[in-house]
Design a protein around this ligand. Structure first.
Ligand code: FE2
Ligand code: FE2
Length: 261
């Protein structure tokens, strides 16, 4: 099974390259399932209903979120109605939506689990125990299980990867918007990368326009961060998984540039 996992989609430029790249893959039948983190797709802040629908139409099979989940108000009522849109499973009990979903693909059943870290992040429940609860108790998850660990600290992401090694097909990190070069198969054949990177404008500070971010650092005054628009790239990873066993065979990170046509 050919899985594409896409790093944080930022703003209009991120959505545009996602649609162009993933649309082409789907038309050519070169991918079996596409998972995208879209917590910054709405002008850098969260995801709206309209933009979630746009990303599904563009080829996302499952959308994951993170600490920006609730930035757009209409997501609160929408998330409970669209099962392919998930938010971290270790949000507080009672939050709308769900932290995992199982979807059917031409190559079989795929479960996607979204978690958020607790180190240098707002207070969330324990991601390790949240994963245990779902993997241990939920029936019918299938063999192929993909985890988006949305977290700041490399240590927490690496620890979660090792904790889940052999129990899931892949653990990929999101949130930092900076792709890491540590993609690997862990000892028990779970594919791993600390961060998928960003899908958006690279000539920026994490997707935001340089002058506005510099002004914030230099003055400490809050200001509106505009989304940058140059040097747009899609970052993520291809993961080849044996759908019979759920074990990963290979992981390769990607960085695709938007050609201006
Ligand atoms: Fe984030
Ligand atoms: Fe992000």
């Amino acid at each position: 099974m050919n899985v594409l996992m896409v790093g944080d989609i930022v703003g209009g430029p991120g959505r545009t390259i996602f649609a162009r790249y993933v649309g082409g893959l789907k038309r050519r039948g070169e991918v079996d399932v596409v998972i995208a983190n879209a917590e910054n797709a709405a002008g850098g802040k969260g995801l709206s209903r309209v933009l979630a629908d746009e990303l599904f139409a563009a080829g996302a099979d499952v959308i994951t979120l993170g600490d920006h989940t609730w930035d757009q108000k209409d997501i609160v009522s929408y998330i409970g109605t669209e099962r392919r849109l998930i938010r971290p499973a270790n949000f507080a009990p009672g939050c709308p939506g769900r932290g995992f979903v199982t979807v059917e693909t031409p190559k079989g059943r795929v479960t996607v689990l979204n978690l958020v870290g607790r180190v240098f992040m707002p207070p969330f429940d324990c991601p390790f125990r949240a994963a245990d609860a779902i993997l241990g108790k939920e029936p019918a998850l299938g063999k192929v299980i993909l985890v988006d660990m949305h977290a700041e600290a490399t240590s927490e992401k690496i620890a979660l990867g090792r904790y889940l090694d052999g129990r899931v097909s892949a653990v990929v990190g999101t949130h930092t918007h900076v792709q890491t070069s540590d993609e690997a198969l862990l000892p028990k054949k779970t594919a791993y990368i600390t961060d998928l990177g960003m899908t958006g404008p690279k000539d920026s500070v994490l997707g935001r326009d340089l002058p506005s971010v510099l002004s914030k650092f230099l003055t400490g005054m809050s200001c509106k961060f505009e989304i940058a628009d140059k040097d747009v790239m899609l970052e993520g990873a291809w993961i080849d998984i044996d759908e019979q066993t759920g074990r990963a065979r290979r992981i390769s990170r990607i960085r695709e540039r938007l050609e201006s046509t």
